[in-house]
Design a protein around this ligand. Structure first.
Ligand SMILES: [Zn+2]
Length: 190
C-alpha cells in the first residue's frame, strides 16, 4: 500500500490523508493521497528532472551488476531503491526475488554474478507480465479508482504468508525489511 495519484472532479469530497491538491487546466484536480506517508512530492522544472535509477527493462547485465557491487544493504532494499532502479515496487521485488531463488535479506554484495543475472531476468519477466496483464504503469501506482495495476498477476509469495509455496509446499514467511513487508519461501530462496 503506497500513495496514489487520483484525478477527481473539484466538487468531490477530499479523502482523508490527502496531502496535495493540484488544479488542472481542465478544472479537475490531481490529488495525492498517501495514508502511510511513504510518498514524496517534488516539483521539477521541465527538462530538469533528475532521472534517478536505470530502467530495468532497458538494463543490460553489466549495468545491473554495478548497481549492487559493494552494497551491504539487503537485496530487497536495493531493488526498491529508486536511485538505483526505477519502477520496482514492493510486490515486484518480492516476486522477482522468489523467481530468482534469492532471500530478500541477503546482502546485495554477497550475491554472485550468476544469481544477479537470474534476478535481472526475473525482474524483467515480472514487469513484462504485469504490463501484459494491464498494469497501467510499472510501479506501485494505482489507477484513478485506486486499483493496483498489478492485481491480476498471480502472486507466488507476496501476501501469501503461511500459505504453501507453489513449488515446494513450505509455508511462505513474512519479514519486515526497512518498514516494508517481504515475503519469501525459506526453502526455495537462499
Ligand atoms: Zn518453496
Amino acid at each position: 500500500m503506497t500513495g496514489r495519484l487520483q484525478v477527481c472532479e473539484a466538487q468531490e469530497d477530499i479523502l482523508k490523508h490527502t496531502h496535495a491538491i493540484l488544479k488542472l487546466a481542465s478544472g479537475k484536480e490531481l490529488r495525492f493521497v498517501d495514508p502511510r506517508r511513504f510518498g514524496r512530492l517534488s516539483v521539477a522544472r521541465a527538462g530538469g528532472f533528475e532521472a534517478g535509477g536505470i530502467e530495468p527493462l532497458e538494463a543490460d547485465l553489466d549495468r545491473f551488476l554495478t548497481l549492487f557491487r559493494g552494497r551491504k544493504t539487503p537485496i530487497k532494499s536495493a531493488l526498491l531503491n529508486q536511485k538505483l532502479l526505477r519502477g520496482v515496487g514492493n510486490i515486484y521485488a518480492d516476486e522477482s526475488l522468489f523467481r530468482a531463488g534469492i532471500r530478500p535479506r541477503r546482502r546485495a554484495s554477497t550475491i554472485t554474478r550468476d544469481q544477479l543475472a537470474k534476478l535481472l531476468a526475473s525482474v524483467k519477466g515480472v514487469l513484462r507480465e504485469a504490463i501484459a496483464l494491464g498494469g497501467s504503469s510499472i510501479s506501485d501506482y494505482v489507477d484513478a479508482d485506486g486499483e493496483e495495476g498489478f492485481f491480476q498477476l498471480q502472486h507466488r509469495v507476496y501476501g501469501r504468508e503461511g500459505e504453501p509455496c507453489l513449488v515446494c509446499k513450505t509455508p511462505i514467511k513474512r519479514i519486515v525489511i526497512a518498514g516494508r513487508s517481504s515475503h519469501y519461501c525459506p526453502m526455495c530462496q537462499k
